[in-house]
Design a protein around this ligand. Structure first.
Ligand SMILES: [Ca+2]
Ligand SMILES: [Ca+2]
Length: 597
């Protein structure tokens, strides 16, 4: 009776299965009625034995109780668990199957333990909802993981219509991960619309807790409405990484983390080494036109409402964020989107070919309406070893002290980016982080090149503050537009000297406070897309700045020569956007207004 079957499998599937592994690929139907091979998912898994597979377990739609959980121990080959079949032996796969762990003894809904083996097997979930797991939350309890516990060298793929929701645990409300070693990791892929939602951890990782040597891949997946003390969405420790699995197209579908909440820090993501192997975050939303950025929406925590990364070790940990949109994060203490401690290198950019009109954002990399009631409306960092790069990024209507970036690290490089409408919480206080758009380290190398800063609700665009080193740092403003009448461009909070320079390639509302002559003081006359209008004094100004400029805000190469506009130093326009179309021929009197200083 309970034997391998091929009855009811479409001919083409059967052919594929036979080709892949003749005679050993098992297909079992699981569900409560008489046409099913097994009534119990555990019994079906046990029946797979050591057959090499790949195997398929096809679940009848509806609810399948797994009150005492399910164990998959050292799987011998790939297993696909696919729900949603209208009846056993039916090919109509239109719904989902709920695996409900409610009741029974407390425990994880599904335990997967692959051990430390050279071959990494894959467990695939499709059209399955895993809920009701409640692993022990007491201080001496083990195992962790409410919905899924993923141990050893194994890959788990959550695919179409799969949902891990309403589970709870001490660590890893939705999923707990622990790989065998650095080279034999536990992997979790959330793809094709799968979601980890509404899970709760009493300590770490509301959605996912990666204890060590795990790899989390996000490809059109969603981690949302989860809660914990640290890492409301994801908490990752040593040897864990969070990646996007190289989406090749901008297929429809939300990709991101939203409405996660941490009571202490890391609303969407908390990452800390807890050992010598630091975590890595490499996220790149789908590029192209239109692109499909990865979205961080409305995550909350007192510190690092989006990401909190803390690395106390000598080697830098790395955060790369390409094509990411951040909106509505909220922190009460510091870092509305990102808070960094220790040694972290961060790079944030839009890829040059990425185009999107998402939340009205003209760029694939944007920070909008993020708020910190305390420090830093976007990024906060109080330690001296980190670096920060921001390219082709738009920051608008963020709020904090300072309004956007507080960075006391070694090196800040901002280029081809646009800042406007950001708000300092406190516009009168004397503290260096107050009343400023950026607050930076006065002994570091700071660059704000080919960027456009317009009106913000701040007293100062840049505030620098030093510690004890007598060596002055530098601020390179070359190629930028700083047009915010009524705002001071730079203050040295403690009187520490800075080398502020721009090679005569700077347009500003005032030259006051900028030591070098040659500032073009004029209205930049920008168009709605931030490019220079026909009469703009920002057209064709520079070619004399050391170092090649990066592609502009929209990814276009710099240096489009305007035929009717004489070049000051060269064909590069000032500001974040190079004008790509030719301006109309002008009469002389307009022309003569271009270079007024
Ligand atoms: Ca030009
Ligand atoms: Ca020209």
């Amino acid at each position: 009776m309970r034997t391998s079957r091929s009855i009811g499998i479409p001919v083409f599937v059967l052919v594929l299965l036979l080709r892949a592994a003749p005679a050993e690929a098992l297909v079992f139907w699981v569900g409560p009625d008489g046409n099913c091979d097994y009534n119990s998912l555990q019994a079906a898994i046990n029946a797979l034995g050591s057959d090499p597979g790949p195997h398929e377990l096809l679940l009848k739609a509806g609810t399948l109780a797994i009150a005492n959980g399910v164990n998959i121990e050292r799987p011998a080959n790939q297993i696909t668990i696919r729900g949603g079949y209208q009846s056993c032996q039916s090919l109509s796969d239109t719904g989902t199957t709920i695996l409900d762990a409610t009741g029974g003894s407390d425990g994880t809904a599904i335990n997967i333990n692959a051990g430390n083996r050279a071959t990494q097997q894959t467990i695939i979930f499709e059209r399955v909802s895993i809920r009701g797991g409640n692993s022990e939350t007491g201080p001496f309890d083990n195992p962790e993981g409410g919905g899924l516990e993923v141990r050893g060298h194994v890959r788990v793929r959550l695919r179409t219509l799969t949902l891990i929701h309403e589970n709870s645990s001490g660590k890893g409300g939705g999923v707990y991960m622990e790989g065998a070693s650095l080279t034999r990791p536990a992997e979790l892929t959330i793809e094709l619309g799968a979601e980890i939602r509404d899970n709760t951890a009493s300590t770490r990782g509301g959605g996912i807790y990666c204890h060590h040597h795990g790899m989390i891949s996000l490809n059109r997946g969603q981690i949302s409405f989860n809660q914990a003390n640290t890492g409301g969405g994801i908490d990752m420790r040593q040897g864990c990484s969070l990646l996007t699995s190289a989406p090749t197209s901008a297929s429809a579908g939300f990709n991101g983390l939203m409405f996660n909440e941490a009571a202490i820090s890391g609303g969407a993501i908390f990452a800390a080494p807890d050992g010598s192997r630091w975590p890595t975050i490499y996220l790149a939303g789908a590029t192209g036109s239109p692109g499909n950025p990865l979205v961080f929406l409305n995550n909350n925590a007192p510190i690092g409402a989006g990401i909190h990364l803390d690395n106390a070790y000598d080697s830098a940990s790395y955060v790369y964020l390409a094509n990411t949109i951040w909106s509505g994060q909220h922190s009460t203490t510091s870092g509305a989107t990102i808070h960094l401690e220790g040694r972290v290198d961060v790079e944030i950019e839009a890829w040059p070919d990425c185009r999107v009109d998402f939340f009205g954002a003209p760029s694939c990399s944007g920070f909008y309406h993020n708020t910190s009631e305390g420090w830093a409306g976007v990024v906060s960092n109080f330690t001296s070893d980190s670096t920060l790069k921001i390219y082709r990024t738009h920051m608008d209507a963020n709020q904090g002290d300072p309004a956007t970036v507080l960075f006391f690290g070694e090196d800040v490089h901002i280029e081809s980016s646009i800042f406007g409408n950001n708000i300092a919480n406190n516009q009168t206080d004397w503290l260096p982080a107050r009343n400023s758009l950026f607050t930076l380290h006065g002994e570091a190398t700071n660059r704000l090149r080919y960027s456009t800063v317009l009106a913000n609700q701040v007293g100062y665009l840049l505030t620098t503050v030093a510690s004890v080193n007598p060596t002055p740092g530098s601020i390179d403003l070359s190629g930028s537009i700083l047009y915010a009448p009524g705002t001071e461009i730079w203050r040295s909070w403690d009187g520490h000297p800075m080398n502020v320079f721009h090679f005569g390639c700077l347009l500003a509302h005032t030259s006051s406070g900028i030591s070098e002559p040659g500032v073009i003081v004029a209205d930049p006359l920008l168009r709605a897309d931030f490019s220079p209008s026909d009469n703009s004094p920002a057209l064709d100004i520079c070619d004399n700045i050391p170092g090649a400029p990066l592609p502009d805000f929209y990814g276009h190469p710099r240096g489009v020569n305007q035929v009717v506009v004489p070049n000051l130093w060269g064909p590069h326009d000032l500001g974040a956007v190079e004008r790509t179309d030719q301006v109309a021929p002008l009469v002389d009197e307009l022309f003569s207004d271009r270079f007024q200083q």
